[in-house]
Design a protein around this ligand. Structure first.
Ligand code: BTN
Length: 243
């Protein structure tokens, strides 16, 4: 496993993206940092992580997506790989909140940001950014965030976690390459936060309504059954679950 360790960097995703634009980089190369100073989150948000306590890493994946239409399958695969590794760390109530937040009970303990690049020869390169709150215990300004340590009472070695996660990602990408997307999709839905449970949702306009998650479509849209029996699908920027 090729691991690039940096004591500090603005964002491991940005670093790896820059690297692949300048030189050949081996598949599954990992960029790790102790101190990510300007971490990027979903939809232009920031990813805050206390230095030395958490996992902030990016992995290059470039042999598993056959077409851009499969991009959401990679999101599912990464969420499942992370969840499966964390599951071995204690009796945790882990799930994936659509699209790919890693939850312990009602708290977010990890996030995933995948940035794709299609090369002129059609090859898809994905920079898979993974942030997991591991040994941080204080989340003063983030009432919905927690960590592995808060959930289990244990301290974890960051390096071991990285190796286990990348190995699990390799295991599942091999299946994706062989066309076995169904298994990933089943696992994703099996662990989907609040699947089949009536929950309040909010539209960007502020309008609130009750809905039940039916599934996530192949394109990554959330399918909700509404009170009036209508079924609607939503993209990530189009709806927010209140929990
Ligand atoms: C989210 O908003 O839930 C996604 C968070 C992704 C954070 C990780 S930390 C490592 C990698 N580098 C970044 O700048 N972001 C991702």
């Amino acid at each position: 496993m090729h691991i690039i360790k940096l004591s500090a960097i603005d964002s491991t995703n940005s670093y790896l993206k820059q690297l692949i634009s300048n030189q050949f980089v081996e598949n599954y190369t990992v960029v790790l940092t102790q101190n990510q100073t300007n971490g990027k989150g979903q939809m232009g948000s920031k990813w805050e992580s206390q230095a030395g306590k958490n996992l902030t890493m990016s992995v290059l994946i470039k042999d598993s997506l056959l077409s851009i239409g499969e991009i959401f399958s990679l999101n599912c695969l990464i969420s499942i790989a992370v969840l499966e590794v964390l599951k071995t760390k204690g009796s945790l109530d882990l799930s994936v909140k659509w699209p790919n937040d890693i939850m312990s009970g009602n708290y977010k303990i990890g996030g995933i940001l995948i940035e794709n690049n299609i090369k002129s020869d059609g090859e898809i390169q994905s920079v898979v950014g993974i942030g997991i709150n591991v040994n941080q215990t204080n989340f003063t300004d983030l009432p919905k965030a927690s960590s592995l340590k808060n959930s289990t009472g244990q301290h974890f070695e960051l390096h071991n976690l990285v190796v286990e996660i990348v190995e699990r990602i390799k295991f599942h990408t091999a299946k994706l390459r062989n066309g076995n997307i169904a298994e990933i999709w089943n696992l994703y839905h099996k662990h989907l936060f609040k699947l089949g449970v009536p929950m309040p949702f909010e539209l960007p306009s502020g309008k609130r309504f009750m809905g039940i998650i039916q599934k996530v479509t192949k394109e990554g849209r959330l399918e909700l059954l509404l009170d009036d029996d209508k079924v609607l699908t939503f993209g990530v920027k189009e709806v927010l679950m209140l929990y």
